[in-house]
Design a protein around this ligand. Structure first.
Ligand code: ZN
Length: 266
């Protein structure tokens, strides 16, 4: 048995143990959406670094919306996007930490990062504070997690957005879109797209992931299960690992855009 074979064998055993633990946790947790959001409690905003394929990377994980801003709502269950975003973000945080990354969360509970008063410009203040938190952390990339909605209820499928003219973000969007399709086998296979999102204009590579459509009854039902949300998180992290493993020089992203006076909605 060569060195490579031993490494593969160890990796295989580790994967088996990880899969068993995941299966046990899933069995224990059940699929009740309410239970999924209860009892997780506050977590520290920064996870510790460990060995792994993502060691040395600092990754900002942004759970979209929060607090007064619920985001989209499930047409059948009424579930708020903000809750699903946070749940997936925490799963991504845990998996990224396992892969060796240092993780910075923009929020760890149900709140927005704006003041209650004055009530106007809340969204802009929330986004500016997320941006400051991310840039102050020295993050290498940002992953913003959202759920989609559309007037037509037949639209479905996860989709990854990147900032136009940011080759590193585009590359990441490509590996993540492929991973989401590979892992989730969605009924509709979408392509990664360029998008004008505030969170992607901070001067570091990043993607915004729309995990699925809450306006589609079938996808809403899937997103309400812990098992599916765990798969979404695994696909997101696999996309980052695949991106990191690409043996190409990742071009520098463009400089940050000053949009301090622009109201933005995402
Ligand atoms: Zn959203």
């Amino acid at each position: 048995m060569g060195k490579c074979d031993r490494v593969r064998m160890c990796a295989g055993m580790l994967l088996t143990v990880t899969a068993l633990c995941t299966a046990l946790l899933t069995l224990c947790a059940g699929d009740n959406a309410a239970a999924a959001f209860a009892g997780r409690g506050e977590q520290t905003a920064v996870s510790t670094e460990a060995a792994g394929p993502l060691a040395g990377l600092t990754i900002a994980v942004d759970a979209g919306h929060g607090g007064y801003d619920g985001g989209a709502f499930g047409r059948v269950s009424g579930v708020a996007e903000k809750a699903l975003n946070l749940d997936v973000a925490k799963r991504v945080e845990a998996l990224l930490s396992e892969q060796g990354a240092k993780v910075v969360m923009t929020r760890t509970g149900d709140y927005a990062l704006c003041d209650e008063d004055p009530p106007i410009r809340k969204k802009l203040q929330d986004m500016q504070r997320r941006a400051k938190l991310i840039t102050d952390s020295g993050a290498d990339l940002v992953i913003s997690i959202h759920m989609n909605e559309y007037a037509g209820r037949s639209e479905s499928g996860p989709q990854v957005f990147y900032r136009e003219n940011c080759p590193a973000g585009r590359l990441l969007a490509g590996t993540m879109q492929k991973s989401l399709i590979d892992v989730l086998s969605p009924a509709k296979e979408r392509s990664a797209l360029g998008g004008d999102y505030y969170i992607l204009t901070l001067g570091l590579p990043g993607v915004l992931v729309e995990c699925g459509f809450l306006s589609n009854a079938q996808e809403e039902a899937l997103l309400l299960t812990e098992d599916y949300r765990q798969k979404v998180a695994q696909a997101i992290v696999q996309g980052i690992v695949d991106w990191q493993g690409l043996a190409v020089e990742k071009p520098e992203p463009l400089v940050a855009v000053d949009r301090s006076d622009e109201p933005q909605a995402i």
